[in-house]
Design a protein around this ligand. Structure first.
Ligand code: ZN
Length: 192
């Protein structure tokens, strides 16, 4: 499977008939990723870790960390890279699946997430190094539902993203509240 970064909805996707399967925009594998400075502006700076999550999907790595930046949310899958360039993704509690995919000019590595918001953390590089990652710009999130331990993000571009928090509620609830305290625009979307 060849995964590319869609520069419209910021999903790592396998192109289908030359289009992003999420937002349906044309996806040309020969178009390089935008310059790092533009990605930095788009993604913003790392703020805090929200929760370990399981993304309800089967096509690409679905278990990882959801974190917040100054511009939105980012999902980073748990991955390790094999010497032959293939990746292994953590799918369930202890089961690792091999994903033989390529991801352009970037080489994946295991994302090591800081626990403290003030720790240096390069969200751009982590995103580019993590096939299966997703960035949800805050301005793309139309609605946010929480129900039966499932978070649903309705996007202006792309399908609904459903994630189940795997961290204890005592961890993710204060994290969301901290995010709402730091960025007031989240308060109109989230009820916890
Ligand atoms: Zn897209």
């Amino acid at each position: 499977m060849r995964l590319l970064v869609c520069h419209t909805c910021w999903s790592w996707v396998a192109p289908q008939a030359g289009n992003c399967p999420e937002c349906l925009h044309p996806l040309d594998p020969h178009v390089p990723d935008p310059p790092l400075e533009r990605l930095q502006q788009t993604f913003g700076d790392y703020l805090l870790r929200l929760s370990e999550v399981r993304w309800e999907r089967v096509q690409t790595p679905n278990r990882g960390t959801l974190l917040s930046t100054t511009q939105g949310l980012m999902f980073l899958p748990f991955l390790v890279t094999n010497p032959d360039g293939s990746c292994m993704a953590l799918q369930d509690e202890s089961r690792w699946s091999v994903w033989r995919f390529w991801h352009g000019q970037h080489r994946a590595r295991f994302p090591v997430l800081p626990q403290a918001a003030d720790a240096p953390f390069d969200v751009v590089q982590q995103f580019l190094d993590s096939p299966g990652a997703l960035f949800l710009p805050r301005r793309h999130i139309v609605r946010f539902h929480t129900r039966a331990r499932q978070w649903s993000f309705v996007r202006a571009l792309g399908g609904v993203v459903r994630m189940a928090p795997l961290s204890p509620q005592e961890e993710w609830q204060p994290a969301w509240r901290q995010l709402m305290a730091q960025q007031a625009e989240w308060q109109t979307l989230i009820t916890l």
